[in-house]
Design a protein around this ligand. Structure first.
Ligand code: ATP
Length: 609
């Protein structure tokens, strides 16, 4: 993929736009970084920085009073949806730049722009001192602040490359079935990524490169010709189409009213107009990346005028190739506090072989024969908590309350829902118990793990529960911020932050577990807790295990979370822990996800040493 993509980006004389959709961990982000480094280096040389600009020391940023800029605006922008990913990319670029271009001041090449209170001054000062860099790596909200609030950066027709990584998350388009009211709100308040990309496009093709007020009503590129009117009516048409499928008359009336409001709004302000650069000679190219780019997303971007010409796509056509084959997937269902089991196998038949599985003895070459063995319990509730059960335990009698054979079990599990109505503390204790057992079971196979916390659950409570099990976990978002802060405060001692159960931040570079009977090698093993948002696109070295707490909302969510392991061909395992507290809905959801992604469940069984 990189062999195809890098030359395509770097010798793109026709200024073609690209959509790149390849599996997680296949090196998409790295391709962007490598391209940007090449672009920045070329830009630097073309603009004779060494002659024009003084070398500025980062320790005396404020003393530079009259900076001498070689140009007025960046040549390339990379936009990503979260600051963790932006920060990671910036550090990758810095590291590679030091190797490849040791004599070039990195601040001339790249600038990181993220919303971070502690480093805001530093980011602003760096821009003031060094002037616009060749490449900006930013989150859209922070870039918006820098353009319109702080007014320290602007863009013009020097901008030739726009990259958007994790484009699907950044735009989060609404489903076709979203209610008209929600659609209307979204049209009025588009995602910041959309606003920024369209602002950049308008600046490239604006005759005046000055910053215009951040107001779409004033956009000079709002083209009022027939084409725009067509676009406007097509947006309305979508809503009209939506109500045509509604049988409920009341709902129909309501939707019609919403459409009327939308129509009026659009007529009054000429806002939300898609960008129209058809009439200009194209001087930029737009590259959108993600492992998951739907047809609807492509259509949305096209409808906004992002791709005035035909789009080049680099993607795997086979949907079963969306998931890296090196990842082994397992689901643990918590039926009630006594029954913790594997996902039952009778429905899921893995279509695809796990080709390069980890060195786990439970992985069979024959997935079908493996699924038949999937009735074992991994964990058992005892007075002292959940424990791994013995291999030769009478599994069948433990499997269900009435000792049924797996095949006879009704599809809708017999659930004692009350047993699973847990507060945050009970939930976290249960999850910590399961996690510690999993980590213990996996033993030395665990080099580093990411736990994805269910939305709405409290990190501090989980962290405290894990701590009691002897597991020190680091919040992913904080670990990235920490590195960031240290970088910006010129502090060379990189400290590992751990968070005490109380919520107080404790800086401790080598914290050992209080309880050392579990996870003995934790000293060398990093356990991170992330949310779906903060973990999107992140690449943490050597993540051997991902543990997802609760069934993800969609196959896309699952694909990206599980994809934090199994990167660039390295093996990995993804465990999903599903609480069966909603009469099988969550279990059904994970089954649906596995079916859609064409992945099989690898049952977990206790392996005695
Ligand atoms: N050419 C390469 N040689 C060696 N390692 C590479 C190469 N390209 C990428 N990698 C490594 O592979 C890992 C995954 O790369 P990257 O994060 O770019 O993948 P991705 O496709 O963007 O993943 P995601 O879709 O999850 O964001 C990283 O650790 C990266 O350093």
């Amino acid at each position: 993929m990189q062999a195809q993509l890098l030359p395509a980006i770097l010798s793109n004389a026709d200024k073609q736009d690209y959509i790149v959709q390849q599996e997680t961990g296949s090196g998409k982000t790295m391709s962007i970084v490598l391209s940007l480094l090449t672009i920045a280096n070329k830009d630097y040389k073309n603009n004779s920085f060494i002659i024009k600009r003084p070398k500025v020391s980062t320790t005396s940023l404020n003393s530079v009073s009259q900076p001498n800029y070689a140009f007025s605006a960046p040549a390339a922008v990379l936009l990503v949806p979260n600051k963790e990913l932006a920060t990671q990319i910036y550090f990758w670029a810095e590291k590679l730049s030091k190797e490849a271009f040791p004599n070039i001041e990195f601040n001339h090449l790249f600038q990181l722009i993220v919303r971070d209170q502690d480093s805001l001054e530093f980011q602003l000062d760096t821009l003031k001192a060094f002037g616009p860099p060749s490449v900006v790596v930013a989150t859209p909200n922070a870039l918006k602040d820098f353009i319109f609030t702080h007014k320290v950066i602007s863009f013009n027709n020097r901008l030739q490359y726009i990259f958007v990584d994790e484009v699907d998350m950044a735009l989060s388009i609404l489903s076709k079935y979203a209610p008209p009211k929600k659609r209307l709100t979204r049209i009025k308040n588009p995602k910041e990524m959309q606003v920024i990309v369209e602002h950049l496009l308008s600046q490239i093709y604006s005759k005046s490169p000055k910053i215009v007020k951040f107001n779409y009503k004033n956009s000079k590129d709002s083209n009022k010709d027939d084409d725009d009117l067509k676009n406007k009516s097509s947006q309305l048409q979508k809503l009209v189409d939506l109500i045509s499928s509604t049988k409920n008359n009341k709902k129909k009336d309501y939707t019609l009213k919403q459409i009327e409001i939308l129509k009026k709004n659009m007529d009054q302000s000429q806002s939300f107009m898609p960008i129209n650069i058809d009439q200009f000679k194209k001087t930029h190219s737009l590259y959108c990346f993600s492992a998951t780019v739907s047809k609807d997303l492509c259509n949305f971007m096209k409808s906004r005028g992002w791709f005035p010409k035909s789009i080049q796509t680099i993607k795997n056509r086979d949907p079963s190739l969306l998931v890296p084959p090196v990842i082994q997937h397992s689901v643990i269902i918590v039926d009630n506090l006594k029954n913790v089991r594997n996902l039952r196998s009778e429905i899921i038949k893995p279509k695809k072989l796990v080709t390069k599985a980890t060195s786990n003895k439970s992985t069979s070459d024959n997935p079908d024969s493996e699924s038949k063995k999937s009735t074992h319990f991994l964990l058992k509730s005892t007075d002292s908590g959940l424990r791994l059960i013995e291999k030769d335990h009478d599994l069948i009698s433990e499997m269900t309350p009435d000792g049924q054979d797996d095949s006879k079990i009704p599809k809708k599990p017999q659930v004692n829902t009350n047993a699973l109505k847990m507060n945050d503390h009970e939930y976290s204790a249960l999850m910590a118990d399961i996690i510690s057992n999993l980590l213990e079971m996996e033993g030395k196979l665990v080099t580093s793990a990411i736990i994805f916390l269910e939305e709405g659950r409290n990190y501090f409570v989980l962290s405290s529960a894990l701590d009691e099990m002897g597991i020190k976990a680091t919040m992913l978002i904080d670990s990235f911020e920490d590195t960031n802060k240290n970088k910006f405060s010129q502090n060379n001692v990189l400290q590992q932050k751990s968070i005490e159960p109380s919520g107080l931040v404790n800086v401790d570079s080598d914290s050992t577990s209080k309880v050392d009977n579990i996870n003995l090698h934790q000293k060398h093993t990093k356990i991170y807790v992330a949310t779906e948002n903060s973990g999107r696109g992140i690449d943490i070295p050597n993540v051997s295990h991902v543990i997802i707490l609760n069934a993800p909302a969609s196959s896309t969510s699952y694909l990206h979370m599980s994809g934090r392991t199994g990167r660039f061909g390295k093996p990995g395992k993804a465990f999903t822990v599903v609480l069966n507290n909603n009469n099988g809905v969550s279990e059904g959801r994970i089954r649906g996800i596995f079916k859609k992604l064409e992945i099989g469940n690898t049952p977990i069984e206790f392996i005695e040493d």
